[in-house]
Design a protein around this ligand. Sequence first.
Ligand SMILES: Cc1cc2nc3c(=O)[nH]c(=O)nc-3n(C[C@H](O)[C@H](O)[C@H](O)COP(=O)(O)O)c2cc1C
Length: 351
Amino acid sequence: MNGPWHRLLRPLLFRLDAEAAHEMTLAGLARVSRSRVSLDAIAQVLCADLSPWPVALAGIALRNPIVLAAGLDKDAVAIPAWHALGFGGCEIGTVTPRPQAGNARPRLFRLVDDGGLVNRMGFNSAGAAAVREHLVRGRAAVGDGSDFGVGVNVGKNKDTPLDRAADDYVAAIAVLRDGADWITVNVSSPNTPDLRRLQQPTAVAHLVAAAVAEASAGARRVPVLVKLAPDWEHPDELHATVEAALQGGAAGFVATNTTLQRPLSLRSSHALQAGGLSGAPLRELAFDVMRQVVASCQGRAAVVAAGGITEPADVRERLAAGAAAVQVYSALVFEGPGLPGRWVRDGAHGR
Ligand SMILES: Cc1cc2nc3c(=O)[nH]c(=O)nc-3n(C[C@H](O)[C@H](O)[C@H](O)COP(=O)(O)O)c2cc1C
């Protein structure tokens, strides 16, 4: 692959600090998102020839199964751009009810030799009220009837005690549900202290029931997915969590978030930075957990695959293993904005 992205843009961006490059790229995409002419031009160049590859995710029709993962567009500033690039949908967030700054910088690192990232962002969020404005505007620009799904991933503020966490999720859902095709309850970020304790069966059943009640209180019943970690001591533990979330009314799962593990194979100097590891080094672990979640669900809920999906073959494998759709973050950083178009072209022809 030696297009302008690999020859020119990527080397330039990779000379910058990872978060600075991220901010610059996202600002560009936000600007594009406000210009109909730019959006049409991008869609014309990158995905005019894309065949539809329709899938359904918890009852939501998507034009293709390649979805932007949460964390890249936390504040929903570039929804029309994700659509123009060819994605089948995007998951915005994690959104916290109140605005918060997240952890101190630097907090995002490229592991170039490993095809991975480590981040400890800590839910930097503009807060639910501001994100709602962006969400409404972004959705209006995309328009209805395009089979482009927008999920909203929600979390708790750092200073909310764990025993009040459900209040935060409910508060965020109340503000954002009208703009969401699905809600994802994030209980698996490793960068908010103790957040993963919300995956314990009793806690997750209570939290999901509260989230489902709130997500069903608007004009439509919005399905609630639960985002799971890839780090489990024992398969029984994961199974119990999935079962409890289903009891609470979960319509699906996103498997997985980033890992706290550090495979011995890592070569990059940033490998031991604190935070969650994503990208190629997460591939096998996330796939294994996804398979276990599919097995536990026994067809009762949708499973969205995330984690280490770095090439079209990964997409095919995860769909064949029972995923309804896939989500991608790290590969986009390495492969650039042509990724969704290339992968859809490959996938639609490979069927
Ligand atoms: C910089 C960064 C920030 C992230 N922020 C979030 C987040 O706010 N909420 C969330 O649920 N997942 C977040 N994630 C996790 C991704 O959504 C995804 O689950 C994970 O990176 C694995 O996919 P990948 O290997 O394709 O990157 C983040 C990932 C990265 C790299």
